[in-house]
Design a protein. Structure first.
Length: 405
């Protein structure tokens, strides 16, 4: 041994994972909850999580499943056959697409389905068209598949909906996939049947995969309908992966049951991945999801109606704030105001140029938690979830009215 031995080298962590950012929505929500736990009267619009209890009949189904020892064992990695059948039935009912249960994989929440969808169809260097504003997880999931997210932005003047012309302008010979989300998180925008058909026909003509996130498809208002892209263009089914789950419609965020539906080749490789990544989803949660999909839908409808009331309240109240523009969201449970009229100004001695700075100012001065537009694309916007009680919802917006009045 030499007299001056070199110090041992500290091993490095993954460069790919080091480049992945923490979920901005979960980060803001965690900060709000920490402040609440410390006694601060914070009103949080951060989390995309219904405040309702999971319907009792769903909980009862889970309790019943605990009495069956078969649920304490490994089950097929792609999901319980009976649940895959129920998901296939829902896909036909709500998305207009007939699929075999073998074309379904049950995942640990919709987020795992999103991750696996990109892993299934994206190769290193492939470009994925990502309409913005987008859910904060999409670009990170694309990057984890070694793909390149290509943002295509549509502002409030377009009701946050991209056009075929915009998509075509962004398309290159490296374009492999398109992310299509209607209703949208974070904006609540819902594409019309004609808009959906036009985008679907464009993707079909250019041989582009479509990853369609339909987790909010049952939460629509004012007579709107979230027409599935595979219903609008049935021929597109061979190059489309649908992502969905029970979290939002049935207030089951913590149960962690989602799914992906797609053509056999994509489902096969995604199934192989899941067999190594996580195996089967918790069997008790799968039984609960089965009950949600096949049981009475009355409570889900009551929740939808409550969201609709809250939607009307928050839109009308936010519109009273000078400098705030609020497109009318027809789906999900988010409102996405354009707050550029509040930027580039001084508020109570604080100069604010970005929506990130604005969100920090709002949390500090009004004790209201919102997610800045930087989490979803360009600055200049805020996302507020109205999945909270009407009293809290109104209190938070009134604080904003006083802050910027």
């Amino acid at each position: 041994m030499t007299e001056h031995a070199a110090a041992p080298r500290t091993p490095a962590v993954s460069t790919k994972l080091s480049a992945i950012a923490e979920s901005a929505t979960l980060k803001v929500d965690a900060k709000a909850k920490a402040l609440q736990a410390a006694g601060r009267p914070v009103v949080s619009y951060a989390a995309g999580e219904p405040d309702f209890a999971t319907p009792q009949f769903v909980v009862d189904a889970a309790a019943e499943a605990l009495r069956d020892p078969a649920n304490f064992r490994y089950t097929p990695a792609a999901g319980l056959p009976v649940l895959r059948e129920a998901i296939a039935a829902k896909t036909l009912r709500d998305s207009g697409l007939e699929v075999a249960p073998s074309q379904v994989i049950v995942t640990n929440g919709g987020k795992q389905a999103v991750y696996q969808a990109f892993q299934a169809v994206v190769n290193p260097g492939d470009e994925v068209l990502l309409p913005a504003p987008y859910w904060t997880t999409y670009p990170e999931a694309i990057a984890l598949a070694d793909g390149v997210p290509v943002e295509v932005f549509a502002g409030a003047d377009q009701e946050y909906k991209v056009t075929v012309d915009q998509l075509e302008a962004a398309r290159t010979d490296k374009t492999t996939a398109l992310v299509f989300v209607s209703p949208s998180n974070p904006t609540g925008a819902v594409y019309t049947a004609d808009e959906t058909k036009a985008i679907g026909e464009w993707a079909l003509a250019h041989g582009i995969w479509v990853i369609s996130d339909e987790i909010y498809q049952n939460l629509v208002y004012e007579g709107a309908r979230a027409v599935s892209i595979v219903e609008a263009v049935p021929e597109l089914a061979g190059q489309t992966i649908l992502v969905n789950g029970v979290a939002k419609t049935y207030a089951m965020t913590g149960w962690r049951v989602g799914w992906m539906v797609g053509p056999a080749a994509a489902i096969k490789v995604a199934g192989n991945l899941q067999s190594h990544l996580s195996s089967n989803v918790n069997n008790i949660a799968q039984r609960a999801a089965l009950a949600a999909l096949t049981g009475p839908q009355d409570e889900a409808e009551k929740m939808r109606q409550a969201f609709d009331r809250r939607r009307g309240l928050i839109v009308s109240e936010l519109a009273k704030i000078p400098g705030v523009t609020v497109p009318n969201p027809l789906g999900a449970f988010y409102v996405y105001p354009d707050v550029t009229g509040l930027l580039g100004r001084e508020w109570d001695g604080v100069h604010i140029d970005t929506s990130l700075e604005l969100a920090d100012y709002i949390l500090e001065r009004a004790e209201v938690a919102v997610v800045p537009g930087e989490a979803f694309g360009p600055s200049g916007y805020l996302r507020l979830s109205y999945a909270l009680g009407e009293e809290q919802l109104l209190e938070g917006v009134q604080r904003l009215q006083r802050l910027f009045g």
